[in-house]
Structures are given as C-alpha cells and as structure tokens.
Design a protein around this ligand. Structure first.
Ligand code: GLN
Length: 470
C-alpha cells in the first residue's frame, strides 16, 4: 500500500523529494479544478516549504511529517491567510493568528497546500451549503462528497493532497470519508486543540484527519493530539504513539453491535457489507455481541437542539461591526446588524440561528434546551454502560451511500436524518473512525464506523488498520 511510511523511505533513499511531491499535487489540483475543492491555494508557499524541508532532510533535521502534503478545512485559522468558513460573511476575513494544530503541523514539517471548501460554518451533510459552490464527488461527479468537510475529503480522494484536516460536530469528517471511500477520524472531545478552529457548537466540535489509510491517520494524529493551554477543554492526558498500536491483532477484543443501529429499516447492502467485516473480526479472535443503546431514538432531536443553541450564541459575533461582511445598505446601528447578518449568512445558517434562538428563549429554555441537556447525559450513559461490556462498537456511518446533488436540499429534515449514526459520538464525546467496507450495487462506497471509549483512539485505529490489512 502507498502509505506515508513508504514515502518517507523513498525520501530518505533519495528516490523522490518534497519538491517533486508538492509539484505533482499542484499539477493534480490544476487538472481537477472543476471539483471545486480549494478555497485558497498556497502554491508558491508550499513549494518554498518543500524546498526548505528537502534541505532539512539532507542534513537529517527534518520533522516527523516531512513530505506530508496536507490540506486544511477553511474553518481553521492560518495566520495571514483567509478563513471563509464557506460563508459570504467572512469573505474578506484574514486570520491574524495560527490555530495550534497549524503550528504543530508546521513544526513537524508538514506542507500545507491550501484550504478546502465546506458547508457554511460546517452546517450540512453535502457541502451544498457553501457560499462558494458545491464540491464534486470524484467517484461520481453527479453526487455529493458528503459534508460538511466535503472539500477536505475530496482533496484526499482525488489525490490533491496526501491527507487533510476536517472538523466534526456531528459527522462532518466521518460521513464525507465514507462517501469518498477514504478514512476519517473524529478524535475524543479534548484530544485535539480547538484553538483557532472557528466555533460551530463548542461542546461538540473536534478537529480530525482524513487519509487514504489508517496508518496515515495515525501519523497525523500523533502530531496534532495533545494538551493546549489555549484551549481550556483540551485534555491533559498523555498521547501514545498511535503508530505503535497498529499491531494487526484483534484477538480477544470485545466488539458490540448496537441493535438500534441495525434496525430492520437498515439498507440490506450496508448491513451485509458491515457484517462481512464483523465476521472477519470474529474469525481472527474478536468476540462480538449485540448490545443496546436505549436512548438512540432521541439523538437527532437532542443534537439539533443543542448544536443550534450553541451556534446561535457562537455566531452572534458576526455583527458587521467587528469583522467580516458589513452591509453597504445600513443606515443606522440596528440596520447594520440586521442587514449584515441577513445578507451575509446563507439559508441553512439562518435556519439554525433561528432554531437555536428559539430553544434558548425564555419560556422554551426548560422545555427544549435544558431537557436536551439531560437527554444528552442519558445518551452518554448508554455508551458508558455499553463500554463496561465491550471495548468498541461497530455501526454504519450513514443510512445511504453518496446521494445526488439536490436530492435532499428541499427537505432539511431529510438532510438532518442522514446524520442518525454519527451524531451520538459527538453527544458522548467519544472517538470514532470511519472507513470503507465495500460498495453498493452502483459501485458507491459503504462506510463502517468504529466507536471507542474516551481517549481510546488506539483501539479504534487498531481495528481499522486490521480491517484494511484483511
Ligand atoms: N451534518 C451535521 C450538521 O449539519 C454535522 C455537521 C458537522 O459535523 N459539522 O450539523
């Protein structure tokens, strides 16, 4: 397999250079412009970096990600570059600072090639909510790449960068990974610093990697994970070397299949593809049992109440006064707020701000927001109970494979329901890996999700790596 390990070997043996690698990605990007993956491209900067890293390689001072060309979702700040979040309201915004993970990647000698298109403020499941046009799925260009990190998923799937970073609030890394036949990890809440990640729903958001294989995900996680003083929710828990944990051994692992995620309505092709992999795990010594997550039926409702509430508060800062778009039609302060926000935000973002404002408003707060908080706890407890008996859970990623453009845009509820299997990991704050496990009758990839205990990324990665090797 073409892993980053083999590339590093080639670099060390002088068979290739960072300059050549970067140039070839830039050529690919040029050829695949119509996919609309990049919001900004750092062609010259990346080439400069590549040459600098080549020098370091020649005198043995290069960092652990030397040769890793990576794309970053346009919701993560890079100093002196635009961050649009896929929104018109941030069209001309230039970040004055670097996200912590950007610094970490640079310190490790990764080469950041550009920033990727996304659903506006990461709200969506298809990348159709970007103010800058849709991203095409390279597997079938009439279909969505998933979302909201559609650009980052396609960057890897179309070979425009080796890896990429996305953000996942309710599935935005895992679902596009599965729609594009690649791997995506949402780490435990607190595992990766959110400093410099533009907030959507702060108690859910987490940054994570996309790659074409689990080993490459581990390479990136090794660098971006860890405590950060500038993110008070980041955890001060030691980071293992994830690569060392990919032993290929699943003997004795206890795997749970939540019965609510395999209900009768589940598409037969998706069920069969997943069960084949589960069989493989069994054959290699894993123990598989059915478990129950009794509050599953509430996950979508709870997720959409809490994330819209948090979003309505987080997005209050885009007011036309401090930064971002200001309406030229304003005549006084109130009209500046109203017009800047009305003209700057897209339809889905406005819908969520209104929903969130509603569930937080006096008189409805107890009925919606407070109640949803309580149910979130019950959902978390479901997982805690399950993890007393098993080491991880396996489920589908999405109820369908990649759908056609426009198919769900008229019906927001339909779009929300497509998040049914992914939002629970964010509600519970647990890590979750998405990888491909087969194709449907149309040749579209089917995703398999592995959920683990808090801070147990190593087990979900180990299982994912095992499945890739089989
Ligand atoms: N599709 C989900 C939503 O629209 C998840 C988005 C995300 O993870 N950023 O909220």
């Amino acid at each position: 397999m073409n892993t980053f390990d083999s590339l590093q070997l080639q670099l060390r043996n002088g068979e290739t250079t960072c300059e050549q690698i970067t140039e070839s990605y830039l050529n690919q990007i040029e050829q695949k412009r119509h996919l609309n993956v990049f919001r900004s491209l750092f062609a010259e900067l990346a080439m400069e970096r590549a040459r600098a890293v080549d020098k370091k390689l020649s005198n043995n001072t290069a960092g652990q990600l030397a040769g890793m060309v990576i794309a970053i979702k346009d919701v993560i700040n890079i100093k002196e570059h635009p961050t649009t979040c896929g929104s018109k309201i941030l069209e001309n915004f230039i970040s004055p600072y670097d996200a912590t993970i950007v610094k970490k990647l640079q310190d490790a000698d990764a080469i950041i090639i550009g920033k990727t298109n996304m659903d506006e403020f990461a709200m969506g499941s298809s990348t159709e909510n970007s103010a800058y046009g849709v991203v095409l799925n390279p597997i079938d260009e009439t279909r969505v790449p998933g979302g909201s990190s559609g650009g980052s998923a396609v960057a890897v799937a179309a070979n425009l960068s080796r890896t990429s970073l996305g953000s996942d609030t309710g599935g935005s890394i895992r679902q596009p990974a599965s729609f594009c036949r690649i791997v995506g990890l949402k780490p435990t809440y607190g595992r990766v610093s959110r400093f410099g990640l533009v907030a959507f729903a702060s108690s859910f958001d987490q940054i994570g990697p996309f790659a074409s294989c689990v080993r490459d995900v581990a390479h990136v996680l090794n660098v971006i994970a860890g405590h950060d003083e500038r993110d008070s929710t980041s955890a001060n828990i030691p980071v293992p070397n994830y690569l060392e944990k990919l032993t290929g051994n699943v003997q004795g692992l206890r795997i749970g299949l939540p019965k609510e995620y395999f209900a009768d309505e589940l598409d037969a092709e998706i069920r069969n593809a997943i069960m084949q992999k589960v069989e493989l795990l069994k054959q290699h010594g894993a123990e598989v049992k059915e478990i129950s997550l009794p509050h599953t039926e509430y996950t979508i409702a709870v997720y959409y109440i809490l994330t819209t509430a948090e979003a309505s508060s987080n997005l209050a800062r885009y007011d036309g006064a401090r930064y971002g778009y200001r309406s030229p039609y304003a005549i006084d302060l109130p009209s500046m707020y109203v017009k800047s926000r009305s003209e700057g935000f897209g339809q889905e973002v406005k819908r969520r701000i209104m929903l969130g404002t509603y569930v937080l408003s006096a008189g409805y707060y107890d009925a919606y927001y407070r109640k949803a908080q309580r149910v979130r706890r019950l959902i978390k407890q479901d997982f805690d109970n399950a993890f007393k008996d098993v080491d991880c859970l396996i489920t589908p990623v999405s109820p369908t494979t990649a759908f056609k453009f426009g198919e769900k845009m008229e019906d927001p509820l339909q779009m929300y329901l497509s998040d049914i299997y992914t939002v629970s990991a964010n509600l519970a704050g647990i890590p979750s890996l998405s990888l491909s496990c087969g194709n449907d009758h149309q040749g579209l990839p089917i995703g398999l999700q592995i959920l683990g205990k808090q801070f147990d990324e190593e087990t979900v990665l180990r299982i994912g790596d095992f499945l890739e090797r089989c």
